[in-house]
Design a protein around this ligand. Structure first.
Ligand SMILES: Cc1cc2nc3c(=O)[nH]c(=O)nc-3n(C[C@H](O)[C@H](O)[C@H](O)COP(=O)(O)O)c2cc1C
Length: 313
């Protein structure tokens, strides 16, 4: 299926944007737009939106040494957000990317409130459809985002909100115990959507050298092994977000239509894919077809009818 042949039942309104598919290719999957375009059959049109790699105020080389390590049922990664800096992304990358009707979104990274606000401001004056704040790029300390850390997060969302009129998506770190509480803080600060979960902190050790495998030492685990954690947290956040009309992007280990449907039932409005694209660059067309077949089999006319349709035992 291409966007012109995607069934209308897969279309949805996401924060005022028309998505022709509930699938979003997440930050870290497509680089700055040219990673998969040479693969036969690959098309951005299979996704409702794609998110560029994390972008910072100034160019970053990223971490040295190994950045990726295949784990059982997943991927351990620590990239250090290599990117050319926001001005190059806005002035050179974005003008070279015309992928309509698929929406392009920015992913804002930074280690301080000031940097996150400045990058958000610059993307506000660009062609991106929405701006995602990667809260995993801020060091909130080792805690679980309560007290001061929750206040800090609220201040960041509010400050970024004040410099953009584009839909603002807050992407939460994974190490949060009470996701519902943090979602409430983000909503009060003015976010339009919440995206979760980011990779879960992890590590791999080379037993011969007895050193960490990744150059950075600690990394983030993504892929199928984190899906049950993600499903629970998406359900908890959706319970808080839906009454406020705040959208939820569910992610973590999606690699089949069944996985995507599970996230939708848990309460996601759209479903993100990153590691799944590494396994199969043509994954989106298979997932779109599978969701469409499921809707037909269950007598549903639109994917939005699935979102939050979880029944109790
Ligand atoms: C190699 C790699 C790079 C990533 N880079 C970013 C990034 O720059 N910004 C961000 O918000 N998330 C980043 N992520 C996280 C993904 O967007 C996604 O939230 C996470 O991997 C869970 O989804 P998945 O299991 O489908 O991969 C990255 C993930 C991987 C594996």
């Amino acid at each position: 299926m291409t966007s012109s042949t995607l069934p209308p039942s897969l279309g949805l309104n996401f924060c005022g944007l028309n998505f022709h598919s509930p699938l979003i290719l997440l930050s870290g999957s497509i680089g700055f737009g040219n990673e998969y375009t040479r693969i036969e059959g690959f098309s951005y049109q299979e996704a409702g939106a794609v998110v560029l790699n994390g972008t910072t105020r100034h160019a970053r080389r990223g971490y040295s040494g190994h950045r990726l390590n295949e784990a059982s049922m997943g991927l351990l990664s620590a990239t250090g957000w290599p990117n050319p800096g926001v001005d190059v992304v806005v002035n050179e990358v974005l003008p070279s990317l015309d992928i309509q009707p698929t929406h392009l979104c920015a992913n804002v990274c930074g280690e301080t409130l000031e940097n996150l606000v400045e990058v958000t401001r610059r993307f506000n004056d660009s062609s991106v459809s929405a701006i995602e704040l990667n809260m995993a790029s801020i060091d909130f300390g080792a805690g679980t985002l309560t007290g001061d850390a929750a206040d800090q997060l609220t201040r960041i969302v509010a400050a970024c909100r004040s410099v953009t009129i584009k839909p603002l998506i807050t992407k939460l770190p994974a190490h949060v115990d009470d996701m519902g509480l943090i979602a409430r803080h983000c909503i009060e600060a003015g976010t339009d959507a919440i995206s979760l979960i980011n990779p879960v902190a992890g590590m791999a050790i080379n037993i011969e050298s007895r050193k960490p495998v990744l150059g950075h030492g600690i990394g983030g685990l993504s892929g199928p092994s984190i899906k049950p954690i993600a499903i629970l947290k998406v359900m908890q956040v959706a319970e808080v977000a839906r009454p406020h009309g705040v959208a939820v992007i569910g992610q973590g280990g999606v690699r089949s239509a069944e996985d995507a449907i599970e996230f939708l039932i848990a309460g996601a409005d759209a479903v993100g894919i990153c590691t799944g694209l590494y396994y199969d660059p043509l994954i989106c067309q298979k997932i779109n077809s599978g969701i469409d077949a499921y809707l037909k089999r269950h007598g549903l006319t639109n994917v939005a009818q699935l979102s939050g349709s979880l029944q109790s035992n």
